[in-house]
Design a protein around this ligand. Structure first.
Ligand code: HEM
Length: 478
């Protein structure tokens, strides 16, 4: 076992759960199985294409080492990766004993009840949609996938590549397999890293993908502080059972209580979130014109909790400070010295979604973020596809072991709740529902009225099983 890290070399856990695909081109094929037997044959041919944690992590390590050697330039190394998530409908179609499967999912021992319930249900269920804020323009009846009266999605095939041509070749290969087994691609979601200076940034313009949980048994701990990840100050180590089933977690649930076929699997949350970029910025501009000092850039940074460059406000509250941005320090902060939110408002996106405070038991509500932007950047000067009429946003993709306690909790109980952390803090101005917010500044307090500029346009829950479970389902042994 490499460095005594058993999950680092896992050949069972699919790539992109613990080891990020990290590719500039990532598409999601949403497929529908017609019948059980051909669907199993389809899975039998697709499963060998599915990347393991070990493969992806070996590549990522070699890539980082080569990049260091080249003084920071990307080395000419390329890879194409595949991941398969199955929805509850897909699992039922593939399983030879769907009764047993349903029962396993209905009565999980060891306190996994709520998470399995979320997976059995669907994001479009009225109560769930209401709780998550998927109402009005974000309501399931307007979705591109996962909505009522739409073709059921049985599986999500994630294909990621450095080279767009290699991506297309892999997708063609999968489409040929699908055609042979009467599996239909209902929709393809295309994600792409934004070009040029926007690389690594989301559509509002902010650097993304800076903070991710450290994972015990997967990442190396810092020898002088084993609760943090080595070489990543401020990155807390979380029990692996928060992301992969069948391992110790932060709740103290019995890892052996999960059904055997679920061990080494991970739940997946896929949401297509449309971002109204000019609308969001106009809101910032308007608010600053009326009552907030410091200009729209400052208020926007307060909404996110970081400057566009990624520098945390916790380290540089007044102006962006590139030295505070030095890679390894981007996460070395908490909000203990800022209870009122004078630097990072309590409504800021990164503070809402990860308060960095034990009092909120936030270790139990972490998620592995694997999203990628879709659509062209907003810049009408660049011509067609870059204006307000074209859609753009984030293909939000996340992994966790309990959808209810992790993704749904963050969205419903933290981001959308205007009274989290304290009464009238306001909604998360990036992903929350509309509402009034309180901005505390040194010598004044301002009331803001945040409208919503991120809308849900599709959502589904899936389960990315162990490689052995994919094989078992394909051969009809499950
Ligand atoms: C269009 C939608 C979204 C946009 C534009 C967006 C943008 C961002 C940005 C710019 C960051 C800062 C980068 C970083 O700290 O790594 C961030 C971090 C984060 N976001 Fe989002 N996000 C979106 C959706 C979501 C959703 C739906 C969730 C969960 C419900 C979420 C959870 C998080 C978390 C947990 C972090 C890291 C916070 C930390 O560890 O300090 N985001 N997001």
């Amino acid at each position: 076992m490499a460095n005594g890290l058993p999950l680092r070399v896992s050949q069972q856990i699919q790539g992109n759960v613990l080891s990020a695909f990290n590719k500039d081109n990532m598409s999601f094929l949403l497929v529908n199985f017609n019948e059980s037997a051909p669907a199993r044959r389809w899975l039998g041919e697709v499963e060998p294409l599915v990347a393991t944690t070990k493969q992806v992590e070996d590549f990522n390590e070699a890539f980082s080492a080569a990049k260091k050697e080249r003084g920071g330039d990307d080395p000419p190394m390329k890879a194409v990766w595949v991941n398969v998530g199955l929805t509850i409908d897909g699992l039922r179609t593939l399983s030879t004993d769907s009764q047993r499967l349903s029962e396993g999912l209905r009565n999980p021992p060891g306190g996994h009840q709520s998470g399995f319930e979320a997976f059995r249900g669907k994001p479009r269920d009225a109560d769930r949609a209401q709780r998550l804020g998927d109402v009005g323009r974000s309501a399931p009846e307007h979705w591109l996938f996962g909505g009522p009266d739409q073709t059921d999605v049985d599986a999500v095939v994630t294909v990621a590549a450095d080279d767009p041509e290699e991506l297309e070749m892999k997708i063609d290969e999968i489409q040929r397999i699908s055609a042979r087994h009467r599996v239909v691609t209902v929709l393809r979601l295309r994600g792409e890293t934004l070009p040029g200076a926007r690389e690594g940034h989301e559509h509002f313009g902010f650097k993304d993908g800076i903070s991710q949980p450290g994972v015990r048994q997967f990442h190396e701990p810092d020898p002088s502080n084993p609760d943090e990840r080595k070489g990543h100050p401020g990155t807390e180590m979380i029990e692996p059972g928060e992301f992969v089933l069948g391992y110790p977690d932060e709740h103290g649930r019995d890892p052996d209580a999960v059904p055997g076929w679920m061990k080494d699997g991970s739940f997946q949350v896929l949401r297509r979130l449309a971002q109204d970029v000019p609308g969001w910025w106009a809101q910032m501009r308007q608010a600053t014109a009326h009552n907030v000092k410091g200009g729209e850039d400052r208020l926007a940074a307060k909404a996110v909790g970081r400057w566009r460059s990624g520098t945390p406000l916790a380290a540089a509250p007044n102006t962006d400070n590139p030295t505070a941005q030095a890679g390894s320090d981007d996460n070395d902060f908490d909000y203990k010295d800022d209870p009122q939110g004078l630097k990072t408002p309590r409504f800021a996106h990164i503070r809402k979604t990860y308060p960095r405070d034990d009092k909120f038991q936030d270790d139990q509500h972490r998620i592995m973020l694997r999203g990628i932007p879709f659509g062209r950047q907003f810049d009408p000067a660049l011509g067609r596809g870059h204006g307000q009429d074209a859609e753009r946003g984030l293909l939000f993709n996340a992994h966790c072991a309990d959808i209810f306690e992790q993704f749904e909790f963050i969205q419903e109980r933290w981001a959308n709740d205007v009274n989290f952390q304290q009464p009238n803090d306001g909604p998360d101005p990036v992903i929350g529902t509309s509402g009034e917010a309180t901005l505390h500044m040194k010598d004044s307090t301002e009331q803001l009225d945040f409208k919503r500029f991120v809308h849900t346009t599709g959502a589904l829950y899936a389960f990315a099983p162990a490689k052995r479970t994919l094989q078992g389902l394909a051969s009809g042994d499950l």
